[in-house]
Design a protein around this ligand. Structure first.
Ligand SMILES: Nc1ncnc2c1ncn2[C@@H]1O[C@H](COP(=O)(O)OP(=O)(O)OP(=O)(O)O)[C@@H](O)[C@H]1O
Ligand SMILES: [Mg+2]
Length: 302
């Protein structure tokens, strides 16, 4: 990745048609008027002013204990959090602190040892596996830290997977148009026939992101989605995700080690040793300058 003061980013690719993430989300009132100041607002500033403050995602006292041979690993030790519709939340924290574990529980990909996850008001752990899978497919898109692409499928087929699973023909109609839009968004048009092993790590990461976005999920859960991308490409994708929150009501929970990526969020939760250690409210800012966040993280010793 290039340093923060590297060359100016390339222009953001323009979407043929904006992706509307509100298809299965209650209509949002108009977006907040963003602040352009570099200064962080005081804690508690309502950056989603005018929007219904309904949590779309909640965690209540989540714990996760992994059994590793003869001893246990407490990956999460009681995490509670609430994410509002249209909010952009970043999870930061040291390696091994529990970020990926938390994201997987929030996405219903794994069950907590104790505690509850509520997705759109429904307790996911109280649902049958089939119901939980359906809710997850309808509401969430997940970008895995290690991509989880299917090696034998090409780029188009990997991105089309949510449609294929749902029994929709991805070669025609709206499905094909959506696949085109997300491939354009991640700048992979023309690479449709490549298999993952014929792509760079950054290209694979962009396929994973396209696959997560193609179903227009109400909630995007993304684990280091720009960790393998160069400065300009990562910045373009984060800017596009930010706009999807601000204009279209997309909800995003992003795990990252990169303060520049986290500076796109409205709020940063700092995870440490399986707990939420701190909350840094950035507010919604047109200027996503990372410096104020870096200063706050430094004050916290991170
Ligand atoms: N399947 C597993 N079995 C046993 N232990 C696990 C498992 N998955 C994670 N852990 C342990 O749980 C803790 C939290 O892991 P997790 O992957 O959530 O960390 P992380 O914050 O995402 O780290 P990184 O920034 O390196 O990705 C670590 O100590 C890890 O070794
Ligand atoms: Mg991780």
């Amino acid at each position: 990745m290039r340093p923060i003061d590297g060359p100016a980013p390339r222009p953001v690719p323009v979407l043929r048609r904006p992706i509307d993430y509100t298809a299965d989300v209650a209509q949002q009132p108009s977006p907040t008027s963003p602040t352009s100041s570099n200064d962080l607002p005081p804690v508690g500033t309502p950056y989603l002013r005018g929007r219904a403050q309904t949590p779309i995602l909640e965690a209540r006292n989540l714990t996760k204990r992994y059994r590793l041979g003869s001893h246990d690993v407490d990956a999460l030790r009681g995490v509670s959090l609430s994410v509002q519709r249209g909010e952009f939340v970043a999870l930061m924290g040291p390696s091994g602190s529990g970020k990926s574990t938390l994201l997987q529980l929030l996405g219903g990909l794994d069950r907590p040892t104790d505690g509850e996850v509520l997705l759109d008001g429904e307790v996911v752990s109280h649902l049958s596996d089939a119901q939980a899978t359906r809710l997850r497919r309808e509401k969430t898109g997940f970008v895995f830290q290690f991509f989880n692409l299917i090696p034998l499928l090409d780029v188009y087929e990997n991105v089309a997977l949510p449609f294929t699973i749902a029994g929709v023909d991805p070669r025609h109609g709206d499905a094909a148009a959506r696949i085109h839009d997300v491939l354009e968004l991640v700048d992979l048009l023309g690479r449709e026939r490549n298999r993952p092993d014929q792509l760079s790590a950054g290209e694979q990461q962009r396929v994973a992101l396209a696959r997560a976005l193609v179903g227009r999920p109400a909630i995007l859960l993304a684990d280091e989605p720009t960790g393998n991308l160069d400065y300009a490409t990562g910045g373009e994708i984060l800017d596009e995700l930010w706009r999807s929150c601000d204009r279209l009501g997309q909800t995003i929970v992003l795990v990252t080690h990169d303060a520049r990526a986290a500076a796109h969020a409205d709020r940063v939760l700092v995870v440490g040793d399986g707990r939420i250690r701190d909350e840094i409210v950035l507010g919604r800012r047109v200027n996503r300058d990372a410096r104020p966040l870096i200063d706050r993280l430094a004050q916290l010793g991170l």
